[in-house]
Design a protein around this ligand. Structure first.
Ligand code: HEC
Length: 145
């Protein structure tokens, strides 16, 4: 039978292991990189929020489901900026007709373009590494605008 002292020792050991595990987990650099939106894209994000685009659309699968996921709409539509800009104000099907001016449309477009560069959704290129972590393919190309 273990004495109280030994129980305490085991408990202490477990606590130490827990602390070490958490330390490594939360201090290890991830390879996500830093995502920074440009000033223009931030303006676009503001329009995105203020007009509740997310109520119907998703980014990375999160949002409402009335409209399509727009994470990669920029490359999916082959960078057809004319098409995308016209979608903002056209009011097709269940999408309300917005009244963005040219600057606002450019900013929204910039937002969608930069979001597109952050990755691919859904990402079918993910592989599981031997240590259990998932390796995701990130986009490297940057678009000129
Ligand atoms: C009430 C729901 C709703 C809201 C709010 C909404 N949308 Fe949509 N949106 C839709 C639907 C539904 C479609 C699909 C229309 C179709 O099938 O032709 C769509 C399509 C689009 C498309 C075209 C996607 C493609 O691949 O052709 C873009 C771009 C888009 N929306 C952007 C926006 C932006 C930006 C906002 C916010 C300013 C917004 N939407 C707000 C419902 C919405």
């Amino acid at each position: 039978m273990f004495s109280h002292g030994k129980y305490l020792l085991v408990l202490l050991l477990l606590l130490l292991l827990f602390a070490a595990y958490n330390y490594t987990l939360y201090t290890t650099q991830s390879d996500y990189g830093t995502i920074q939106l440009s000033e223009k894209a931030l303006q676009g994000e503001k329009h995105w929020r203020e007009n509740n685009c997310n109520a119907c659309h998703q980014l990375y699968g999160l949002g409402g489901y009335l409209g399509p996921d727009l994470t990669n709409v920029y490359s999916f539509r082959k960078a057809d900026e004319q098409y995308l800009k016209s979608m903002f104000n056209s009011g097709v099907k269940a999408m309300p007709r917005f009244d963005f001016n040219e600057t606002e449309k450019e900013e929204l477009l910039q937002f969608l373009m930069e979001v597109d560069q952050t990755g691919t959704y859904p990402n079918t290129e993910a592989t599981i590494k031997p240590d259990g972590w998932v390796k995701v393919q990130y986009k490297k190309e940057t678009y000129e605008h």
